[in-house]
Design a protein around this ligand. Structure first.
Ligand code: RNT
Ligand code: ZN
Length: 415
């Protein structure tokens, strides 16, 4: 008797879609999982600084990780429930320091030695983010665009130190390290000068990126506004797109929570593919603002995945996640969001793109509409379940039992 997977695969084959090939392609596409969902973007510095920079976590679900041991134990459980290839995405505020304290501008690779060990033992690559927020040297909400030369120099040093750490990760782990610069700089109310801060930022970036570092892929992440910086963001989309376009080797990272609420990034990806050989992503779920809800298997995620897949861009897009929900079990949040991104990619990989593209070219828009809609109810779930099982993780909701066990034995002990 044919299995559900075999029947589903036959159904897809009638549309010239090879389900086996789709699964194979997905299994080698890495998703970079962000460490900061595990502890509400707190980090390990114990500086007493609140989360700043216009981003916010809300909720107080028990069991948040308080240190490297707890965060990595939680991460291990999440990794064991997520199929396919994974990387980890760290922030500089997650240094694990042993000796005399190194401030952000003096961080060294040794401050991340336990992370390298952790990644090596699990065959994971590391991506990296300088942390330009939650720190007393953020003055008037400004870092790399600050008119205070001491402040700006401090953050330039931080950027330089982080790129060297990224190069160290790349060397040690034999894979690239995406190093992403996001700064919170902006103003709450209408500016008197929108140009000067951007010229300062351009100069700061030039200083940070001056050193050639093999293995490091540099990128800059734009934004439209944040909490408390509603009127003006120095690192806007046009600013960074222009910067990346004129600085080979520096890429423009697209976070799908960083645009106007009705604006989507799926349409921006093929526009950028005309000009850039790499596009880094932060996949998130904005709810009315950049709320960073856990990624769902929704229309826009599928559309983003579709643009990656049908434009043959799986080796050009560097896919990372960026959300932080403190109101639910944080390990489950990792698993749900990452599996949903993978689901979206598999969904995109099992659509008959060649046929659909041809219908567009021929101008047969009625048939195109018909087929696009019919494809939505193909037996996709059977392919997804089979994929998960082959990758050694549960294909159905049974993975959640492990979260419940962990919650009652480990997380509940944390206060
Ligand atoms: C903020 C940016 C940024 C952060 C992380 C923590 O709006 O999206 O990527 O979320 O660096
Ligand atoms: Zn982001």
């Amino acid at each position: 008797m044919a299995t559900r997977f075999q029947e589903a695969a036959q159904r897809y084959a009638r549309l010239n879609v090879d389900a086996e090939l789709a699964m194979k392609k997905l299994s080698t596409f890495p998703i970079s999982i962000h460490c900061w969902q595990g502890d509400d973007v707190t980090g390990f510095e114990n500086s007493g600084e609140a989360l700043s920079g216009g981003i916010q976590t809300t909720g107080n679900y028990p069991g948040k990780a308080r240190n490297f041991q707890e965060l990595t134990a939680d991460f291990d459980l999440a990794l064991s429930l997520i199929p396919g290839m994974k990387r980890i995405n760290l922030h500089a505020s997650y240094s694990v320091q042993q000796g005399a304290f190194h401030d952000r501008d003096a961080l060294t690779p040794e401050d991340f030695a336990p992370w390298v060990e952790y990644a090596k033992a699990r065959g994971l690559g590391i991506d990296f983010n300088p942390t330009f927020f939650s720190h007393p040297m953020v003055k008037d909400g400004l870092t790399l665009s600050s008119p205070d030369e001491q402040v700006r120099a401090f953050w330039v040093r931080h950027g330089i130190a982080c790129r060297r750490i990224a190069a160290h990760f790349a060397r040690e782990l034999h894979t690239h390290c995406l190093c992403n610069v996001w700064i919170p700089d902006g103003l709450k109310d209408v500016p008197a000068d929108r140009l000067t801060p951007r010229l300062l930022l351009r100069d700061s970036l030039d200083q940070i990126f001056a050193e050639k570092l093999p293995g490091v892929i540099d990128c800059v992440e734009s934004k439209v506004f944040g909490i408390g910086v509603e009127a003006y963001t120095v690192g806007s989309s046009e600013f960074y797109m222009g910067y990346a376009a004129t600085h080979p080797g520096v890429y423009d990272l697209m976070d799908n929570g960083h645009y106007h609420p009705t604006e989507t990034i799926s349409d921006k990806l093929p526009a950028m593919l005309c000009f850039f050989d790499k596009i880094p992503l932060h996949v998130t779920r904005p709810m009315r603002w950049d709320s960073d809800h856990v990624v769902r298997f929704d229309d826009e995620i599928r559309e983003i995945a579709t643009e990656i897949v049908r434009n043959d861009a799986m080796d050009k897009v560097l896919c990372g996640l960026d959300y932080f929900d403190a109101s639910i079990n944080r390990v489950a949040a990792w698993v749900i969001g990452t599996r949903n991104m993978q689901k979206a990619l598999l969904y995109a990989l099992t659509q008959p793109h060649e046929t659909l593209k041809k219908l567009q070219q021929e101008g047969d828009f009625t048939r195109l509409l018909m087929l696009q809609e019919e494809c939505k109810t193909l037996p996709f779930g059977d392919i997804w379940e089979a994929y998960c099982e082959r990758m050694g993780v549960p294909g159905d909701d049974s993975w959640y039992r492990q979260i419940l066990d962990y919650e009652s034995t480990v997380l509940k002990e944390r206060t």
